[in-house]
Design a protein around this ligand. Structure first.
Ligand code: GLA
Length: 387
């Protein structure tokens, strides 16, 4: 899709601004293979970048203003344009433009000279599906502005700045996974990422060679309550770490002793999820390093059960999708992303994703749910300049 989207934003930019853009950049959404709600507990995650991206054409302006058009907003009327200057950069700004303004803000706060710019963007990352469309927007904007301003910022630092935009400007208390995935992932690889030390390892995701593919199925369940539930889970983990006397749940080594010392059964379940999920990410990394990709399957299943029973972040549509995918022959399946709706991933035989998705569609219809959508997830490149 990238080439066609790059042509579209180039043409739209030229039509609107009267001259061609200085360049075109893109940044991807992500699927998280395993490691959910571990990032803000200083733990481990293993996402890969999707082929679905935000694509942005941009050029410098001579003043200190940013004029940005999203072709996805009000698409019937050719997109929506927002303009802001330095004085408008107030944390808490609402709307899609907050993700763009927040990047200008975060770069400026970090001492970078951000040039004024015109930007035209489009996205094929599904929104509200737990595939990090917002991180893709942040990282695409940041990549474009960093190049336009000749800013020397390495990919990890870019991810941290984009997270700062998300946490402090937009106001969502997320971890670093999504932005790290969008800036650091590479084609054909999953990213094994240590959220405390920021160590990264590219692990080959040899789906093809193993005769497998990864179905990504969007349950189309609206993310009601997602923000408050996310913040609630995060608070509960931080409180548990405090009670256990460790810097973060990453540091819990003896899970049984830790659970025995916590008074509240709900908090015990939250801790058990995080500690066992970290162990599953380490196991998954070992499995991929050794090219035993089918051994991922039981880890995916266990991760889902843990999110459902211990962390309690799944919803009935998601659980039905996972159970049905398994019945239809998936080797392993789990919800991916922050939870309370969104997508599941399923490890399935090559060429069978459509059939598995059709079975889930039939089960949804029988249960009175709306139709899901799906695609095959292809491990793709991180944020980059396209032209
Ligand atoms: C969202 C957040 C991430 C991470 C996941 C859950 O995607 O943005 O930081 O916490 O949820 O793993």
């Amino acid at each position: 899709m990238t080439d066609a989207d790059a042509d579209t934003v180039t043409q739209e930019f030229t039509d609107r601004c009267g001259s061609p853009p200085a360049g075109v950049w893109s940044a991807p959404g992500r699927v998280n293979l395993i490691g959910e709600h571990t990032d803000y507990n200083d733990g481990f995650v293993m996402p890969f970048a999707l082929a679905q991206v935000v694509t942005v054409a941009a050029a410098r302006r001579s003043d200190d203003r940013w004029r940005v058009t999203s072709l996805n907003q009000d698409a019937a009327n050719g997109g929506e344009t927002q303009e802001f200057g330095r004085d408008d950069l107030e944390p808490g700004m609402s709307g899609w433009q907050a993700y763009v303004a927040g990047i200008v803000w975060a770069l400026t706060e970090a001492g970078h000279q951000v040039p004024g710019a015109d930007l035209v963007l489009t996205s094929d990352v599904p929104v509200g599906a737990g595939l990090s469309s917002s991180a893709a927007l942040e990282c695409a904007t940041l990549t474009a502005l960093a190049d336009l301003g000749d800013l020397d910022i390495d990919p990890l630092e870019r991810a941290k700045l984009a997270r700062r935009c998300e946490n402090e400007f937009v106001g969502a208390p997320t971890g670093l996974m999504d932005q790290a995935a969008s800036t650091l992932c590479q084609v054909g690889q999953a990213l094994f990422f240590d959220c405390r030390t920021f160590e990264t390892e590219q692990v080959h995701l040899a789906l093809d060679e193993a005769g497998l593919e990864l179905l990504v199925l969007d349950t189309q369940t609206p993310h009601a309550l997602v923000d408050s539930e996310y913040a609630d889970r995060r608070r509960s983990c931080e409180e548990a770490a405090r009670l256990l006397g460790v810097p973060a749940l990453r540091d819990v080594t003896d899970v049984d002793a830790a659970l025995a010392s916590l008074p509240d059964p709900e908090m015990q379940r939250r801790v058990r999820h995080v500690v066992t999920e970290n162990a599953r990410v380490l196991a998954a990394a070992a499995v991929l390093r050794e090219d035993r990709i089918t051994d991922l399957a039981p880890l995916l299943d266990a991760s889902h059960a843990s999110m459902r029973d211990d962390f309690e972040i799944t919803v009935p549509t998601v659980d039905l999708a996972v159970a049905t995918a398994k019945e239809a022959g998936a080797l392993g399946a789990r919800m991916t992303g922050g939870g309370f709706g969104g997508c599941i991933i399923a490890l399935v035989g090559a060429g069978t994703a459509d059939a598995v998705a059709a079975r889930v569609g039939a089960a949804f219809e029988a249960a009175g749910y709306g139709p899901p959508s799906h695609f095959v997830g292809l491990p793709s490149a991180g944020a980059r300049r396209l032209r």
